[in-house]
Design a protein around this ligand. Structure first.
Ligand SMILES: O=c1[nH]cnc2c1ncn2[C@@H]1O[C@H](CO)[C@@H](O)[C@H]1O
Ligand SMILES: [Zn+2]
Length: 357
């Protein structure tokens, strides 16, 4: 029997999230308070209006303009207490939404204008995640958070950020990423950082195939050695419409089970997909790529992990079978050790979905 999951049920079901930006998920009320403390001017000072401003400003159809909205969130994240607070609230918000495992990313190099050093930034965020996770567990909604450190692809600090990632690998940093405007900044600009990470047996994902197509995905995998693709949605350009025949690159991605960190609402906002119903996630799931569902930026998309799943249920008629599949796909693709992934799958995810299926 096919049961349509309701929004409330989706919130309660355990979910795993691999692609969420710390500076894209602040509570509007927190931005207002932190901005007032430092005298940063915002486009609106009423939290509700500010939340709406972020969504409409990010609704631009262009990744470059979408990214401009981050100037306001990054501006209020320049001190250790502010970073710690934002990270603590992020853990609490994800946990309250039923996320049991999350990898949250941010770019330490963007948080130095208040005089912090790179290690101080990392330590403030890790302390915030630890505090938030502790509070969430006490509230009966346990969550495990792994941090990914991002280097900005237009900048030249990727090697330094890669080294920072491995320095904190035993303290909660589980991977590395590059983000920012894609066109004109191929991942191969950062080859030395990726080669270093491979020599260190570390994990990394690369934003690729969002605003730019197949060459970016090909470089991320075949030159840089990415474990996963941030978005990767443009892999559909290598699939023949109608027949579903896979080109060489799409075949490789599917055969190797390369995880795709798909972010439906974000893609509609940046113009990478026309609408949720037309989002390639439908095709990619039918063809059994290693698809995962993600939020990208909860603030800019006015979304949550549960909302992304509810939108997919509505658009594609999916039920618990698909939601469990996405969740297990994400957990299998996580950057924490295999035994810890299995424990979450077998002790948290499967028993909960068994009651829903
Ligand atoms: O979807 C995206 N594509 C590319 N870059 C992004 C996306 N979302 C956020 N960022 C960039 O990543 C930085 C660190 O978190 C953000 O400041 C933003 O510039
Ligand atoms: Zn992203």
């Amino acid at each position: 029997m096919h049961v349509t999951p309701t929004c409330d049920e989706i919130v309660k079901a355990p979910k795993a999230l691999l692609h969420d930006h710390l500076d894209g998920g602040l509570r509007p009320a927190t931005i207002v308070e932190l901005a007032a403390e430092i005298g940063h001017e915002l486009p609106a000072t009423d939290p509700r209006e500010l939340g709406e401003w972020f969504v409409s400003a990010a609704d631009s159809g262009s990744l470059e303009r979408y990214l401009e909205t981050f100037s306001h969130t990054v501006a209020v994240m320049q001190t250790a207490p502010a970073l710690r607070r934002v990270a603590r609230e992020c853990a609490l918000d994800l946990a309250a939404d039923g996320v049991v495992y999350a990898e949250v990313r941010y770019a330490p190099e963007q948080h130095l204008t208040g005089g912090l050093t790179l290690p101080e930034v990392v330590e403030a965020v890790l302390a915030g995640f630890a505090e938030g996770s502790e509070q969430a567990a006490a509230a009966g909604t346990p969550i495990r958070i792994g941090t990914l450190l991002t280097a900005m692809r237009h900048a030249a600090r990727s090697m330094e950020i890669a080294e920072l990632s491995t320095a904190y690998r035993d303290a909660g940093v589980v991977g590395f990423d590059i983000a920012g405007a894609e066109a004109g900044y191929p991942p191969t600009r950062h080859l030395d950082a990726f080669e270093y990470l491979q020599r260190e047996n570390f994990h990394f994902t690369i934003h690729a195939g969002e605003a730019f197509g197949l060459p970016s995905i090909w470089q991320a995998l075949q030159w840089c050695g990415a474990d996963r693709l941030g978005h990767g949605v443009r892999i559909v350009d290598d699939i023949e419409p109608g027949t579903g025949a896979l080109g060489r690159l799409a075949g490789y991605v599917r055969d190797k089970r390369v995880p795709l960190e798909l972010c439906p609402s974000s893609n509609v906002q940046t113009g990478a997909a026309a609408s949720i119903v037309e989002h390639p996630i439908g095709l990619l799931r039918d063809l059994r790529f290693r698809v995962t569902v993600n939020t990208d930026n909860r603030l800019m998309s006015g979304t949550s992990m549960s909302r992304e799943m509810a939108l997919l249920v509505e658009a594609f008629g999916w039920g618990w079978v698909e939601l469990q599949w996405f969740t297990i796909n994400a957990m299998k693709s996580a950057f924490i050790p295999f035994d810890e992934r299995l424990t979450i799958i077998n002790e948290v995810i499967k028993p909960a979905y068994a009651k829903l299926l």
